[in-house]
Write a protein that binds this ligand. Structure first.
Ligand code: SF4
Length: 62
């Protein structure tokens, strides 16, 4: 599984990058990107990011 951020929707609040910095970071344009696959170790926090994103910009795909 891998999380993807829709940059057209992301408002750059930083919640995902602070919650799960192994997967998300804020890019030079101030929007989040995902940089790593979801693992067993970070699955719960990635799901918290997906649920917590204020604009529902994160989705997860196989
Ligand atoms: S939580 Fe959502 S809006 Fe905030 S930086 Fe991450 S993807 Fe963007």
């Amino acid at each position: 599984m891998r999380a993807f951020v829709d940059k057209d929707i992301c408002i750059g609040c930083g919640l995902c990058a602070s919650t799960e910095p192994d997967v998300f970071e804020i890019d030079d344009d101030g929007k989040a990107i995902s940089k790593a696959d979801t693992t067993e170790e970070n699955r719960e926090s990635v799901e918290a990011c997906i649920e917590g994103c204020p604009v529902n910009a994160i989705r997860e795909e196989e």
